[in-house]
Structure formats: C-alpha cells, structure tokens
Write a protein that binds this ligand. Structure first.
Ligand code: ATP
Ligand code: MG
Ligand code: FE
Length: 352
C-alpha cells in the first residue's frame, strides 16, 4: 500500500510517500520538508496566520515534487494520511483539506494521524537493528519536542499510557527560550546545542529539576530562569555564553536521562524509544545510549531529520493504520487538542 503523508501542524510543510510493500527504511520512497523558519524569524516565533498561508502556497508543489522523486503518479497512491492534530487550527486545516480532497478525488481512503503518534513511531521507520531487530511493544517512549515532553508506556501500537509529562515548558521550548534570552536568533534550540559543544563542562552547573523526588513528571521553566540570572550576572562574553549553554544542555540531558531510567525501572522493560525534535540532540543521544548500555538494554532513535517535524512519520503511522483497515469518514478532521490515550489500538482499528 502506497500512502501519501502530509504534515502541516505547525511551521513545517512535510510530504512523504511510504510503501508498506517494501521492508524497513526502503519503504520511505521519497520525502520533502519545507521549513518556514525564515518566514517567522523576524517575529521571534511562529505567527499562526502566516503559517497557514504558507502551507497553502507550499503544499501542492511539495506533493508534486515528492511524487516525482518517488517516480509515482498521483493515481499510484492507495491512501492519504494527514496530521489531524494536535497543532495550530489553521495550519492543520490546510493539510486536512488538501488530504481529504485528494483522497476523495482518487477514491482512496484518508486517515487523520495524531502528530505525536507520528513522532513516536518514527524510530520504527528505520531498518531493524541487525542484532536486536525492530523495537516491539511493550516499550517506553520519550517524546521530546517543541510542544511536548512526555514519557509514555507503549503497550501496543495505538495503546499509549502517559507515565509523566512536563508541568510547564517542553524540553524543546526550554531550549528555544533559553537561546533567545542569551541573544541567539530564532529558533535557538539547535544553535544553543551547537554553542554548547564549545562550552566547558562544569563551568556552570544548573539544577536537575524534579529529580530529587519520586515521579516521572518534568519542569523546565525554572531552569530557564536560572540561566537568565546566570547570564545577567556574567561578563556576557562569547566564552561565557558557550559555558552557560553547556551547563543548560547538561542539566536538560541529565534530567531526561534520570527520568528515562526511572521509567524503564517502573515498566520493568529495557527498550527505550526516543522521538521529537530534541531527540536530534547529540549529547542526549549519547547519554541515553550510555544509560541503556549500562543496563543491558537498548535505545532507538530515528535519524536526526526524522526527529523534527516531517511527512515521513505521518505517512508511516498512517500506513500502519490504513493497512490494518482503519478508515475515517469523509470529515475534514482538525483537532488542535487531541489526547493520544484516546487513539484506537492498531489491532482493533479495523473493527472500529
Ligand atoms: P510538537 O511536536 O510538540 O507539536 P514541534 O512539532 O514544534 O512540537 P519538533 O519539530 O518535534 O517540535 O521539534 C522542534 C523542537 O526541537 C524545537 O524546540 C527545537 O529547538 C528542538 N530541537 C531541534 N534540534 C535540537 C537539538 N539538536 N538540540 C536541542 N533541541 C533541538
Ligand atoms: Mg517546527
Ligand atoms: Fe512535532
């Protein structure tokens, strides 16, 4: 089954084709992402109305480009998957409207995909590990993105139980806001991470929030304030900026690692799956890898470009559900808020 995936939940237009007849990463026939970063940069954040309009401009050309790269005609598509939520209402409507119309015209099924399920399943797009194979549920997932920081018990594909989440800022949001307060241009997360590479470890030590009490919730907004105070009282040199960036990154990475280890203990499992934009962070990847290795477990990430928003994860998640027989009616679904725990399990999806 060849599924066209469409992602427009925020400021990336993503399109991909996933073919369930081809095994592993080869199933990803083509994908393209257009990022609106430059468009929003002068405002220091995403402007929802500008985002919607830009999706309108970019989506159809991106679909044509992706199909051409896959060597497919539009009539070769057997199903359309689109991000139905959560996200910006206007931005979601663009993808949902185009996806639904295309499916109607082609007389193929369409399915609204949960953006966070897309992120969560992205590591499963990759070729299976030669020794351990593909991660099979049950496993623990860490979702770390611009809008979410969650630990999820994945009992089966589609059966998600929230173990813990952030009480305030998401990890990616903390990266972006911290970068901004030290004068880095929008969106600062990846730039802050790059700067941290040059920083001296231990020069600044920030607290690991909520690690000294039981539980799997997170809080990152206080850390941002700690950085603000340290930066304000410093000489504000380039070297200090890098040192503070390193101290901040270490605090976030260490906090996430401590909670992941706790979640593995609680779940009595040894497989951790990590997804979302912050999953692209090199130090987080290395730290979680070391933690898993020390326990005799494993951690699975998607390649960095499948950590941040993309159409491939939507095509893949949609393909799994469409191939299992799940269908939406002809409604254009756009759900700015949508709880992942309310999704139907994959196995039962066909009987919905
Ligand atoms: P959500 O998925 O929760 O709706 P989103 O789609 O905006 O939010 P993603 O695209 O998954 O989020 O990730 C973007 C976030 O990842 C940004 O906050 C960005 O700063 C962060 N990010 C990307 N690369 C890195 C990196 N190397 N280190 C730290 N943070 C990063
Ligand atoms: Mg984005
Ligand atoms: Fe995302």
């Amino acid at each position: 089954m060849r599924v066209l995936g469409i992602e427009t939940s925020c400021d990336e237009t993503g399109v991909a084709v996933y073919d369930t007849a081809l095994a592993g990463a080869a199933g990803l026939r083509a994908q393209a992402v257009y990022s609106q970063i430059a468009l929003h940069a002068e405002y220091g954040g995403v402007v929802p109305e500008l985002a919607s309009r830009d999706h309108v401009r970019k989506l159809l050309p991106l679909i044509r480009q992706t199909l051409a790269e896959a060597g497919l005609a539009v009539a070769d598509i057997d199903g359309v998957a689109y991000t139905a939520g959560p996200g910006l209402a206007g931005a979601l409507l663009v993808g949902a409207g185009v996806a639904r119309s295309l499916a109607w015209a082609l007389d193929v099924p369409a399915l609204g995909v949960h953006h966070m399920e897309g992120h969560l399943l992205a590591p499963l797009i990759e070729d299976p590990d030669p020794v351990h194979g593909r991660p099979e549920p049950p496993f623990v997932a860490l979702l770390v993105s611009g809008g979410h920081t969650q630990l999820v018990a994945v009992e089966a594909i589609g059966r998600y139980r929230l173990l813990g989440e952030t009480l305030d800022d998401a990890a990616g949001e903390a990266f972006d806001k911290t970068a901004k307060l030290m004068g880095l241009p929008y969106p600062g997360g990846p730039q802050l991470a790059a700067l941290a590479e040059q920083g001296q470890p231990g020069a600044y030590r920030f607290p690991r929030p909520m690690t000294n009490r039981p539980g799997l919730d997170f809080s990152f907004s206080g850390l941002k304030t700690q950085v603000l105070l340290a930066w304000r009282d410093s000489d504000q040199s380039e070297r200090t900026r890098a040192d503070i960036a390193r101290g901040f990154e270490d605090a976030v990475v260490e906090t996430l690692a401590i909670k992941c280890e706790r979640a593995l203990d609680a779940a009595a499992g040894e497989v951790l799956v990590v997804a979302g934009g912050v999953g692209a962070n090199r130090r987080l990847r290395a730290r979680l890898q070391a933690m898993a290795a020390a326990r005799g477990g494993r951690v699975c990430f998607p390649r960095p470009e499948l950590c941040t928003d993309n159409g491939a994860m939507i095509a893949f998640a949609g393909a799994l559900r469409l191939a299992a027989g799940q269908r939406d009616d002809a409604t254009v679904r756009a759900l700015p808020r949508w709880d992942m725990a309310s999704l139907p399990p994959l196995a039962a999806a066909g009987r919905e």
